[in-house]
Design a protein around this ligand. Structure first.
Ligand SMILES: CC(C)(COP(=O)(O)OP(=O)(O)OC[C@H]1O[C@@H](n2cnc3c(N)ncnc32)[C@H](O)[C@@H]1OP(=O)(O)O)[C@@H](O)C(=O)NCCC(=O)NCCS
Length: 190
């Protein structure tokens, strides 16, 4: 069985992250940053601990397979999530790095494992994500993980589907089984 690991994003990863963000399958759905300078401006504060956002490279057998980040929803600033009053709410954003590995269960495994990790912190009450309404693949993936569609919202990046995974509906044994099953399926297809 493959093990999916998350390691914190490091300064040395930024050129690689920049190249991933420019890949068409990511750029289609990922908003700024797009230049290397913008990538540095956005991710250096995270790497240096000057932000509540935590960014990770997901890997299997030392091979990077995805990028994923979590943030504290309350007080996001910039017009984001101004109604959120729960300090335990976290948000996540993610992508797989290899276009040839889409639609094989890998994203479901990565997101499920990351949500599991977030809920290991007793302070975390719920996890949200906000795909574009047109990103049906992402919406389906997050539904498989256990996120429920709350409805369409308008964000500073445009319309999005707010999807929520509440601790009350989270079963860690189920999450673990899901990760194992999806990884097995993804392995079978490669
Ligand atoms: C979103 C992402 C992480 C999902 O990971 P993934 O490994 O491709 O997703 P999975 O294979 O686990 O699940 C995808 C599901 O969507 C379904 N799907 C694919 N295209 C679809 C479409 N146009 N409409 C409806 N469902 C679709 C797949 O059939 C699969 O469902 P199934 O297992 O029931 O058959 C990955 O596709 C990705 O990185 N995409 C590019 C960047 C991106 O969109 N990031 C998210 C921004 S919110």
């Amino acid at each position: 069985m493959y093990k999916l690991l998350f390691r914190p994003l490091a300064v040395e990863d930024l050129p690689m992250l920049h190249a991933w963000i420019l890949r068409p399958h990511v750029a289609e759905w990922w908003e700024e940053p797009s230049t290397m300078e913008e990538v540095r401006d956005e991710y250096l504060p995270i790497i240096e601990g000057r932000s509540s956002t935590r960014a990770y490279i997901a890997s299997i057998k030392d091979q990077p397979i995805g990028f994923i980040q979590s943030y504290v929803v309350q007080g996001s600033g910039g017009g984001w999530w101004e109604d959120e009053s729960d300090p335990g709410a976290r948000g996540i954003d993610q992508f797989l790095v290899d276009e040839t590995r889409l639609n094989q269960g890998l994203g479901t495994a990565m997101v499920a494992a990351f949500v599991e990790r977030l809920f290991a912190d007793p302070c975390v009450t719920k996890v949200q994500t906000d795909p574009s309404p047109n990103n049906r693949r992402a919406i389906r993936c997050y539904s498989k993980v256990g996120f429920k569609e709350v409805g369409e919202v308008v964000t500073p990046d445009g319309p999005a589907v707010l999807m929520l995974h509440e601790r009350a509906n989270h079963r860690s044994d189920h999450g673990g089984t899901r990760v194992a099953a999806e990884l097995q399926a993804a392995r079978g297809r490669t």
